[in-house]
Design a protein around this ligand. Structure first.
Ligand code: SF4
Length: 475
C-alpha cells in the first residue's frame, strides 16, 4: 500500500496527465493512433503510460512505467489487437506514487461489460466517496482517484454507460478531463469548470479526443472544437452527440497555468495559442518593468518565447544564456526534491560565450519552490554574467493547487512564505519581477472561458480542503 507523508493513500494523489481517445468506423490499428497521440502529450506525464483497445466485446490493454516509446518498445505496441476504439494516458504523479498499479487507463468489467477510462485532473472529495463505496461493498486495487470515478460510473450505470458517467460526475468534485470507452462508445467529459483542457478532432472518418491540440496535429487530425466545460461528448455508430452535465451557475475556471507552463507552445487551448500567450507575457513584462541590460534570455524551454516577446518590446537583444540537455525531463516533473535539485545542473548549463561580462535578464515561466531559480542565478554568475535580473511569467505562487498539479502544501511554496524582496535575496538575483494576475489574464486574452487563478490569489472553483499552512523549509 502506498502511504504518502503518513496520509491515507487516497489523500494526496495529485497529478498532471494527458489523455487521448480515438473512435474509428472501421476495425484497424487504433493503438498506433493513440501511441502517436500520447507521444505528443508526453510533456504532460513521464512516469507511466498505457493504451487500451476495444474490439468485439473485449478490451485489451498494456501499461508500463516510463516514457511512451520505452513502454511500447519491443513489439508491445504491435501486440495490441486491431479495434474500433482506443484510449490512452500518460501520467505524472507526486513522490512515491510512481507505481505500475496506478498507471492508467483503468480497465474493468462491470454493468456495461468491458470498460476503460483515462483521467486528467484531481478529484477533491475522494476520501468521502471512497469510504462510501467501501461501505457499500466496493473493493479498491489502486490509490488513484480515477478508480473512484470508475467505481461510481459502474455503480450508477445500470447498463447505460452515459447514465453512469453523468451520475458519477454529479457526485465528484474537482477537475477532470475524462475519456471512457466501452465496446461500442467513446465518451469524453470536461468538468463543469473546464479546469483541464480537452479537444475534439477528426481524421478522415475517425474522431479523436485529446488533452491538447498538439496531439491532434501529431495524428493528422483536424481540430473541430474544444469540449466545453460541463460537456459530455458521445461518439458511437450514430456519430457524435453532445450533452451537458446537470450543472448550472458554475463559471468556467480553466487552469491559467496551462498557458504559463504545462501545455506545449504549439497547442491552442480554448481559442488561445499557448505560444502567443507566452510571447505576450514577455511583452507585458517589458512594459511593466524596464531594466537596463545587455541581453534578455529565457530558461529553456517555457521561458524562451516570453524572452523573445520581452526583446521585441524593450529592444534588448535576445540571446541564449543557458544550454539545455534535451535528454533530461522537465524539472517540475521529477519524483522527489532530491532529484529535482540534482536535475537542474544536469539539465542546464550557462553559455559563457553569450553572457560573460553582460547584464542578463533571464525569464522563467514561474518560481515555485525557488531552488531552481537560485541554481540558475548562481549558474549565470559563475558563467560570467555581470548582473542577473530574474523575471517570472506567472504571478507569485502563494497557494497550493488541489486540482491536478504537484503543489500540495504551503510549505512547498516560497511565495507563500516570503516577500518578493526576500525571494530576490534568497535566489541571489539583482532584481526580481513578476507578472501580476491581471497582466497574466491579459496575456491570455481571447480565451472562451474564465480562468482559475487559485494558486496566485486563493480563488479556486472548489474550496481548498486538507491543506496545512505549514512553514516553508529551505533546503
Ligand atoms: S490553482 Fe493554479 S495550477 Fe491549480 S488549477 Fe488553478 S490556476 Fe491551475
Amino acid at each position: 500500500m502506498y502511504l504518502r507523508d503518513g496520509k491515507a493513500p487516497f489523500d494526496g494523489m495529485h497529478e498532471e496527465c494527458g489523455v487521448f481517445g480515438v473512435y474509428s468506423n472501421e476495425t484497424r490499428d487504433v493503438a498506433h493512433t493513440v501511441y502517436y497521440g500520447l507521444y505528443a502529450l508526453q510533456h504532460r506525464g513521464q512516469e507511466s503510460c498505457g493504451i487500451a483497445v476495444a474490439y468485439a466485446d473485449k478490451i485489451e490493454y498494456y501499461k508500463g512505467m516510463g516514457l511512451v516509446p520505452e513502454v511500447f518498445s519491443g513489439g508491445r505496441l504491435d501486440a495490441l489487437p486491431e479495434g474500433d476504439i482506443a484510449i490512452g494516458h500518460v501520467r505524472y504523479s507526486t513522490t512515491g506514487a510512481s507505481l505500475l498499479l496506478n498507471a492508467q487507463p483503468v480497465v474493468f468489467t462491470g454493468k456495461c461489460g468491458k470498460t476503460a477510462l483515462a483521467h486528467n485532473g484531481n478529484l477533491t472529495n475522494t476520501k468521502q466517496l471512497r469510504e462510501e463505496l467501501i461501505a457499500s461493498g466496493a473493493v479498491f486495487q489502486t490509490s488513484i482517484d480515477s478508480e473512484v470515478f470508475a467505481l461510481l460510473i459502474n455503480k450508477y450505470s445500470d447498463g447505460d454507460i452515459l447514465k453512469g458517467v453523468k451520475e458519477a460526475c454529479a457526485r465528484v468534485e474537482g477537475s477532470y478531463a475524462l475519456v471512457a470507452m466501452t465496446s461500442d462508445k467513446l465518451i469524453a467529459v470536461r468538468d463543469p469548470y473546464g479546469v483541464r483542457p480537452l479537444v475534439l478532432g477528426k481524421c478522415i472518418d475517425d474522431y479523436v479526443v485529446a488533452s491538447e491540440t498538439c496531439a491532434l496535429d501529431a495524428v493528422g487530425a483536424t481540430y473541430i472544437r474544444d469540449v466545453e466545460p460541463g460537456e459530455i461528448v458521445v461518439i458511437d455508430a450514430e456519430g457524435v452527440r453532445s450533452g451537458y452535465l446537470g450543472t448550472t451557475g458554475k463559471a468556467p475556471a480553466a487552469c491559467i497555468f496551462e498557458y504559463v507552463y504545462f501545455a506545449r507552445p504549439d497547442s491552442v487551448i480554448d481559442g488561445v495559442s499557448v505560444y502567443a500567450a507566452r510571447r505576450e507575457m514577455g511583452r507585458l513584462l517589458a512594459k511593466s518593468r524596464r531594466i537596463e541590460a545587455d541581453i534578455v534570455s529565457g530558461v529553456p524551454d517555457s521561458g524562451l518565447v516570453a524572452a523573445k516577446g520581452y526583446s521585441e518590446v524593450s529592444g534588448i537583444p535576445f540571446a541564449d544564456a543557458l544550454a539545455k540537455n534535451r535528454y533530461v525531463g522537465r524539472t517540475f516533473i521529477q519524483p522527489d526534491q532530491h532529484m529535482r535539485e540534482n536535475s537542474v545542473s544536469v539539465k542546464l548549463n550557462a553559455l559563457r560565450a553569450n553572457i560573460e561580462g553582460k547584464r542578463v535578464i533571464i525569464i522563467d515561466d514561474s518560481i515555485v519552490r525557488g531552488t531552481t531559480s537560485k541554481k540558475i542565478v548562481r549558474m549565470l554568475r559563475e558563467g560570467g554574467a555581470k548582473e542577473v535580473h530574474m523575471m517570472s511569467c506567472s504571478p507569485v505562487v502563494k497557494h497550493p493547487c488541489h486540482l491536478g498539479i504537484d503543489i500540495e502544501t504551503y510549505s512547498q511554496l516560497i511565495g507563500a512564505n516570503k516577500t518578493v524582496e526576500e525571494i530576490r535575496e534568497y535566489i541571489g538575483a539583482d532584481t526580481l519581477t513578476y507578472l501580476s494576475v491581471e497582466e497574466l489574464k491579459a496575456a491570455c486574452k481571447g480565451a472562451k472561458f474564465g480562468f482559475c487563478t487559485g494558486c496566485f490569489d486563493g480563488q479556486y472553483p472548489y474550496p481548498l480542503k486538507q491543506h496545512k499552512a505549514d512553514k516553508f523549509k529551505f533546503e
